[in-house]
Design a protein. Structure first.
Length: 394
């Protein structure tokens, strides 16, 4: 199975803003924006430029709208300027998350213009639908439901394994595994491992994943005879039919209610990679990582954005090509780095705008990846881009 190949086939299916505004201008006045927007026809072709917004730290902080976020999205909708939301977050199905976001932001959103970290996993369901996959995340039981909605049929959680084979973990049970399934022998061959969002029980999950990566043909409880053989490529590690492992989000940190950034899924990956090196005598963990800043997530996002532009007027005829995208994010390492290094196969130019409302703190120094612009907030970011495009309200 080629994940990259699957990703490449994925997703087929004031005037200008406010005159005289500056990059650090204050938050847009909602009433002014809405009154201007009301003159705009919804049948108007979408603009040749578009926006991609991160969510946490850009539109929301601790589940509450960041001032100006709602008005900014309303403005873009009225002006027929396309946008999508692209987050490294996850843990809920897209439908549930979009409903929640629409309510919180008081803006009608759709799954057509929403991508979360694990959305691209759905592209792998057809290859693995009749195979066993191990899933983990913040709430593995909920993740099981998402995976099934994506099309995976036999989804196994760490709790299922612990419930069926309690001796596999010699410490106090780390999980509430009351809802776990009882597994049979045939369930022990795992063909894919998916980390949907931030696992809670790192130690147990790392034990299970390493067990599978050491196994013969992915059968839990076995050991491959190839492990450590110096006459084989990669010294024999991960060469004997072990399951591929997929991570959805590389973020080491994320912004929370606490005053300092907290560890994200990237920290879990680091811990697993460190243990794997210890176990194998220094071997790198072979795995697939998607999510910002990785190329394939941006490629996926561009395709969703192009499809969304078509959906906005119901036809691709006369729509014109998407020329410019503005990625608005708060994380230099994911949002900004990803947009800066992404090269569109269709000639679309990507620009990055770093906002000050999230994980990046100006007082701790310059951003680790330099954006095309820095804005006080999402409203100022859009204002800067719309002026740059010489956009005029109709
Ligand atoms: Mg963010």
């Amino acid at each position: 199975m080629s994940f990259i190949l699957k990703m490449n086939h994925a997703c087929r299916r004031t005037n200008a803003l406010l005159s005289g505004s500056r990059l650090n201008a204050k938050i847009c006045n909602r009433q002014v924006l809405v009154s201007r927007c009301l003159t705009t026809s919804n049948r108007r072709a979408p603009s040749p430029f578009a926006f991609v917004f991160d969510i946490d730290g850009v539109l929301l902080h601790e589940s509450r709208p960041i001032p100006g976020a709602t008005e900014t999205l309303e403005f873009l909708q009225k002006e027929h300027i396309p946008f999508i939301l692209l987050t490294n977050g996850g843990g809920k199905h897209e439908t549930e998350r979009v409903q929640e976001l629409s309510k919180r932001l008081q803006v009608q959103l759709s799954t057509n213009n929403f991508i979360q970290s694990h959305t691209p996993f759905r592209q792998l369901a057809s290859d693995l639908q009749n195979k066993n996959v191990l899933v983990t995340g913040s709430n593995a039981e909920k993740i099981r439901g998402i995976a099934k909605q994506y099309g995976f049929k036999n989804v196994i959680t760490p709790a299922d394994i612990l419930r069926s084979y309690p001796d596999i973990w010699p410490f106090e049970p780390p999980l509430d595994f009351s809802s776990g399934r009882v597994l049979s022998q045939k369930d022990l061959k795992i063909d894919g491992i998916f980390v949907y969002n931030d696992p809670r029980d790192w130690a147990f999950d790392i034990q299970l994943i390493v067990d599978l990566l050491l196994s013969e043909n992915g059968v839990l409880g076995t050991l491959s005879a190839s492990n450590g053989r110096r006459d084989l490529p990669n010294n024999g590690w991960q060469l004997d039919g072990q399951p591929s492992i997929f991570f959805s989000n590389p973020d080491l940190y994320w912004s929370t209610a606490y005053h300092l950034p907290r560890f994200g899924q990237g920290a879990f990956q680091g811990a697993l990679s460190g243990v794997w090196k210890q176990v194998t005598g220094g071997q790198e963990l072979k795995c697939h990582i998607i999510g910002k800043p990785h190329h394939h997530t941006f490629e996926y996002a561009e395709r969703v954005l192009n499809d969304h532009r078509t959906t906005m007027i119901g036809t691709s005829a006369g729509i014109g090509s998407l020329q410019t995208v503005y990625m608005v994010g708060d994380n230099p390492e994911s949002d900004i780095r990803g947009a800066n290094r992404y090269k569109s196969a269709h000639g679309t130019k990507w620009n990055s705008i770093l906002v000050k409302t999230g994980v990046w703190d100006q007082e701790r120094g310059n951003p680790t990846c330099v954006p095309d612009a820095i804005a006080d907030n999402v409203s100022a970011a859009v204002k800067w881009a719309v002026e740059r495009e010489n956009w005029r309200s109709s």
